[in-house]
Design a protein around this ligand. Structure first.
Ligand code: 5GP
Length: 192
């Protein structure tokens, strides 16, 4: 399951809340060259890497996808995702649109969800409100938000994150429906 949406839309909170209620979802921890925020933990929010280490991981073919986002590199470690899928688990990738497009090239059974802010002013308020970015970063993230929104037609579902509990309910409903797709229900396919 790929979850994208502009910076500040609340992807992190949505994932946390979603996982509180269910035990069939695994969160893919990304690697990044971005500096750690004070409230973040290495190996929990991200694997924080130097640019050299990140480049080495690219060379080793360790990433399922990677992209430069807001001036830093981010990538999804391949091994974890493959293992979890093999075990029949749902894996959430919280990644940007560039990454989502790369995943699309490799997986034909993924579900793509785009999380939307109620409006762009609300988005700026949320980014400013969390006080982790300076003015330049805020403006960059707002510009990128507009660019990201233009890719929404590449996604299967659009969910407006107006209230967290409603958002989680909607994503639960998507998962429930996706699990019932004929191709995802074992033993019901017709074989001649
Ligand atoms: P932040 O710096 O706010 O944690 O994340 C910035 C952006 O990077 C978000 O849009 C997030 O979805 C994206 N991102 C996080 N991890 C990955 C990843 O592994 N790959 C890609 N392509 N984007 C990522």
């Amino acid at each position: 399951m790929v979850l994208s949406g502009p910076s500040g839309v609340g992807k992190g909170t949505v994932c946390e809340e979603l996982m509180k209620d269910r035990d069939d979802i695994r969160y893919s921890i990304s690697a990044t060259t971005r500096k750690k925020r004070p409230n973040e933990k290495d190996g929990e929010n991200y694997y924080f890497l130097s640019l050299d280490d990140f480049n080495q991981r690219i060379e080793d073919g360790d990433f399922l996808e990677f992209a430069k986002v807001h001036g830093n590199y981010y990538g999804t470690p391949k091994k974890y995702v493959k293992e979890q899928i093999k075990n029949g688990e749902i894996v959430i990738l919280e990644i940007d649109v560039q990454g989502a497009l790369q995943v699309k090239e490799n997986f034909d059974n993924a579900v793509y969800i785009f999380l939307l802010p109620p409006d762009l002013m609300e988005l700026r308020r949320r980014i400013v409100g969390r006080s982790t970015e300076d003015e330049k970063q805020i403006n960059l993230r707002m510009e990128n938000a507009k660019k990201e929104l233009s890719f929404i037609d590449k996604y299967d579902y659009a969910v407006v994150n107006d209230e967290i509990s409603h958002t989680v309910d909607k994503i639960d409903a998507i998962i429930q429906a996706e699990k019932l797709r004929v191709r995802n229900v074992k033993g019901v396919q017709h074989h001649d």
